[in-house]
Design a binder for this molecule. Sequence first.
Ligand SMILES: O=C(CO)[C@H](O)[C@H](O)COP(=O)(O)O
Length: 262
Amino acid sequence: MAALAPIEAAKRLAAYAAVDRHVKREHKVIGVGSGSTVPFVVERIREKGGNEGRVFVPTGFQSQELIVQAGLTLGDVSQYPKIDVTIDGADEVDSNLNSIKGGGACQLREKVLAEAAETWVMVADYRKNSETLGDNWHQGIPIEVAPFAYVAVLRKLAELGSPTDRAESTVAGAHGAVLTLRMGKAKAGPVVSDNGNFIVDAPFPREMMQRPAELLTKIKLLTGVVEVGLFCGLAKAAYFGNADGSVTARLADGTTETVKAE
Ligand SMILES: O=C(CO)[C@H](O)[C@H](O)COP(=O)(O)O
């Protein structure tokens, strides 16, 4: 196995453990998530026999390319609305398996594939393993918004409690992060999702982040919001690769196990 930088090695450990445990021979429709951990999921699936009469459904452009380049059979969620297992990354996971997703602006398709899956599991390195959402992921909850409505949605999010001022954010336990329209890095102007929408990053006070399902409902009800990067009550498990070479599995029944990739 190729030597990797420690964080990359941790991502690979998590991905391999999740594939070994959840992708069974009888599974024919597999959802493939987005981000920098998911390529290790595809790598492991290929190592273990790849296609085998299977179809792979992507959560966006990146995972579509990954599936095609790996020589796997590409499917679409409109052809395969029932998925056996979807494995995806996460920006942060709390002690109840709620998560923040959308660091790569893919949360809408990611949530559709999470909900379509009989089993949805997350894979991440140890930095994503938190007690409360927002403790490690400081930039806020990624929210996909209809472009024409973004100013109105920003105003509503501020009314809901997302800070627009650094000092106010720090006092509220939101780490100084403020409500922001996500801007492109090598592009002038905003990030545009695979669905043609804008992304707003909305931090919230720690007290509100401790009740993510409640916050999710409030944000989702704002007109102009397409999808919220809070995933609550969906995961069967989360796998975190650790710096010491072990993998921590957090399961939906509240238990935690240490597992090793085969
Ligand atoms: O939600 C996502 C993209 O929208 C990703 O799954 C999330 O950002 C995790 O990515 P990485 O594996 O690179 O940490």
